[in-house]
Write a protein that binds this ligand. Structure first.
Ligand code: CP
Length: 309
């Protein structure tokens, strides 16, 4: 039987092409399951999973919880704002206390880059990174590629541009790794101030003109400007950002082809994307969210199958 090359999902950086293929094949099966009248399988009745969220989330948190419940795992949820972290407890102590309650797997979102890797070196449980600061968001990148594959048949050879705040985006880095592993051509586009200096070293094309980027691509993944990670202004005004890097229907209609629009959410309507695009057939934003459950079921199932009881 095929298995993942890793015991944790800390980042796409640690996966290989075969891992991604296996996750997608497994997600295909679970996608079929969640479209049945009874959307549940008994596969993980012997597994307990803790969802540890040290940072806000809507999609990822609910999607993981639903994926775990669809697999019949026992689930506990932890939110840092209502926990003893506020009384000064360390991350390792917090997680070890949770694990002592016979928890097998940890799903963690944390504001600090590398928090998952750090934890994996100090605890004895399988860890899934649900987003660590501006570092990686591996399940988001997997569901993004899976959604491209679903719409276009394959990721290989496709031109994908990631637009916006690349500097503060964990979605961008994980997508770059995932898309390149699958043979896509990747471009980043945004204001120079939001393009990190190291980005060219990752082998991506760099473009500051949105129209040129959109004319090149098959898929545009629009990112939110992450104001919560900024302590200075990276562009003069939001209005000027939108004029240069926002997509609207008139701009898309003026291109030489129809492209697919993606967004990891949450959307800032009228800033990086207008409603006439977000709600159009060109956008696969809600397909991404729907596919997230099947992808997370696949990741949890494959990692759980490596846990020795
Ligand atoms: N895409 C994403 O990570 O959304 P949330 O922050 O709502 O989980």
């Amino acid at each position: 039987m095929s298995e993942l090359s890793v015991n944790h999902l800390l980042g796409i950086k640690y996966l290989n092409k075969k891992d991604i293929h296996l996750i997608f094949e497994t997600a295909d099966h679970f996608k079929e399951v969640i479209n049945r009248p009874i959307k549940k399988v008994p596969s993980l009745r012997d597994i307990t999973i803790a969802n540890l969220f040290f940072e806000n989330s809507t999609r990822t948190k609910l999607s993981f919880e639903l994926a775990e419940k669809r697999l019949s795992a026992d689930v506990i949820n932890f939110s840092a704002s209502q926990s003893s972290v506020k009384k000064g407890e360390t991350l390792i102590d917090t997680v070890n206390n949770i694990l002592s309650m016979k928890v097998d797997m940890v799903v963690m979102r944390h504001p600090n880059p590398g928090a998952g890797v750090f934890l994996s070196q100090h605890i004895d449980a399988s860890i899934i990174n649900a987003g660590d600061g501006a570092h990686e968001h591996p399940t988001q990148a997997l569901l993004d590629s899976y959604s491209i594959r679903e719409r276009l048949g394959d990721v290989k050879g496709k031109n994908v541009v990631i637009v916006g705040d690349i500097l503060h985006s964990r979605v961008a880095l994980s997508n770059i790794y995932a898309l390149q592993l699958q043979g896509a051509n990747v471009m980043v586009c945004g204001p120079k101030t939001l393009l990190p200096k190291y980005i060219k070293d990752l082998g991506v094309k760099v473009e500051t003109n949105l129209r040129k980027a959109l004319n090149w691509c098959d898929v545009a993944n629009m990112l939110r400007v992450q104001n919560e990670r900024m302590d200075i202004s990276y562009f003069p005004t939001t209005r000027e950002y939108t004029q240069q890097y926002g997509v609207n229907k008139a701009l898309l209609n003026s291109l030489n082809k129809e492209i697919i629009i993606m967004h990891p959410g949450p959307i800032n309507r009228g800033v990086e994307i207008t409603s006439d695009v977000a709600d159009s057939d060109q956008a696969i934003i809600l397909d991404q969210v729907q596919n997230g459950v099947a992808i997370r079921m696949a990741v949890i199932y494959l990692l759980a199958s490596k846990i020795k009881h």
